[in-house]
Each structure stands twice: as C-alpha cells, then as structure tokens.
Design a protein around this ligand. Structure first.
Ligand code: F6R
Length: 253
C-alpha cells in the first residue's frame, strides 16, 4: 500500500483528483463512492472539468452501493446523491453511471446482475473508496467475507447512527443496502481510499497497521497490489509509524 498523508481534507481531495484525472483522460471506468469524504475530490474534479476542460465524456462509472428499499429518486439514495454531488456537474452521460437497483423486488438477483454488469463492462479501472468508522468499505461491515461479492447487507448499528445525519432521524435510515463485495472491490485495477478527520483514525490505523481481518474489512486492501491510502493528518494521528511511511507517489501515477 502507498500511504499519502496531507494536511487538510482539501489537500487530500486534490491528491485523489490527481490520481483520477489520467484515468478520466483515457475514458476509463471509474468506481465512485458516496458519503462526505469524497466531496472535496469531486469538487476539485468538477473545477478541472469547468476550468481546465477535463472531460469524462468517454468514461463509465459504477457506484459502490445503494440503500435497499429507498426509492431511486429519494434525495438520499446514492443514485440521487452522486448526481447532485458529482456526475450531474461533469459531462459523463447519465446512462453511463450505474448503481445497484435498490428498488428491485428480488435483491439477490439485482446484486448478482450488478456484479455481472461490472465484469461485462471490463471491470473498474480506478475505484475511489471511503472508510467507515468501524472499518467498513462500501457497506461491507465487520465480519464480511474478504471474498464477498455484491449482495444484500444488513447495516451495522454504528453505520445507521453515522448516516442518520443525512436523514431527519436514525429511524429513517434504511436498514439494508446492496453493496459491492470485498472480492468485487479487490478486482478493480487501482484503489484509492480516502479518509479525513479524527473519527476515522482508529479505522485507518487498523487498515494500515492491523492484521488482515474481516473485523476491519478495509484491511483487505493489504491484498491489493495497487492500493493508495490518502489521509489527512487527523485521520493519520494513530498511525504508530507514520514517519517511516515514505510519501512516494504510487508507481502507477
Ligand atoms: C459510500 C460508502 C461508505 C462510505 C463510508 C464513509 O458509498 O461506500 O463506505 O465511504 O461510510 O462515509 P463518509 O465519507 O460519509 O464518512
């Protein structure tokens, strides 16, 4: 893993945008995360689109996950969120942005078809990831199999609590989601995980320095040969050996 430590969330966003830009230029397939952490990255990519002509017109995108049981046009569905925060402000065609069908009657077959659609599109070239305070990636909560595929998942009480800020109350947060599995995510050719703020420090420490374990699903990045972890100083504060992590650009940049 390459560990990159930046001072602020905006600097983290700028670094992540630098990682994504060359892929956008090649018309790559980009894996998108929702949540608050990637917003500075998306803002910077939108700026580059508007001011520097960075085009996403030939790109495809796959979202990591979607709440199950929330209408697609609900303002907190990830389908709506990614359009509001990112893809609605760049030139990627709307039809090229795919997300799991959170309204499907049969969630298991919807999950399997989403996994199939990713493979059929040739896989994800670069995947952006956030991390939950409990170490989850996408909605793969602790104990998720490190080889899991896209599937229906019961959200952890901590995730429901964390995501309640987007809803009027915790009661409104859906209890389930369709999420790419850890095995699915590990098939992406490049991974860029971003984490900012002190609430992520424990999870970042477990991801970088802890054992490979389903207790911290993000530790599965240790198995990937092109994974970059970009964190701000407060998310890095529990790393016991931060000074020794060389701030080299990843080999593929
Ligand atoms: C969202 C997702 C989640 C978030 C994680 C962190 O698509 O996959 O794993 O990345 O819950 O969320 P924020 O960034 O809001 O702290």
């Amino acid at each position: 893993m390459d560990i990159i430590i930046r001072r602020t969330p905006d600097e983290v966003g700028a670094y992540a945008a630098d990682c994504i830009e060359p892929f956008a230029r090649q018309g790559a397939t980009i894996g998108l995360a929702t949540g608050s952490t990637p917003n500075p990255t998306y803002k910077e990519l939108i700026r580059r689109h508007r001011e520097e002509g960075l085009s996403f017109a030939n790109c495809k995108a796959f979202l990591l996950d979607e709440y199950y049981g929330l209408p697609r046009d609900h303002e907190q569905s990830y389908y709506s969120t990614i359009r509001r925060e990112f893809t609605g402000s760049i030139d990627i065609p709307d039809a090229a942005v795919a997300s799991p069908n959170g309204e499907a009657e049969d969630p298991h077959s919807a999950a399997a078809s989403y996994d199939h659609a990713i493979r059929h599109a040739g896989g994800v070239d670069i995947q952006i990831l956030g991390i939950g305070a409990n170490g989850h990636i996408a909605f793969n909560e602790p104990t998720s199999s490190l080889r899991s595929r896209t599937r229906l998942i019961d959200l952890h009480p901590r995730t429901i609590e964390d995501n309640a800020r987007f809803f009027d109350s915790a009661d409104e947060v859906p209890r389930q989601a369709l999420s790419q599995g850890i095995g699915t995510i590990l098939e992406a050719r490049h991974l860029v995980l971003i984490a900012t703020g002190p609430a992520k420090a424990n999870a970042v420490q477990a991801l970088v320095e802890g054992p490979l374990s389903a207790s911290c699903p993000a530790s599965a990045l240790q198995l990937h040969n092109a994974a970059t972890v970009v964190v701000d100083e407060s998310a890095a504060e529990l790393l016991s050996d931060a000074e020794t992590y060389k701030d080299f650009d990843p080999y593929w940049r």
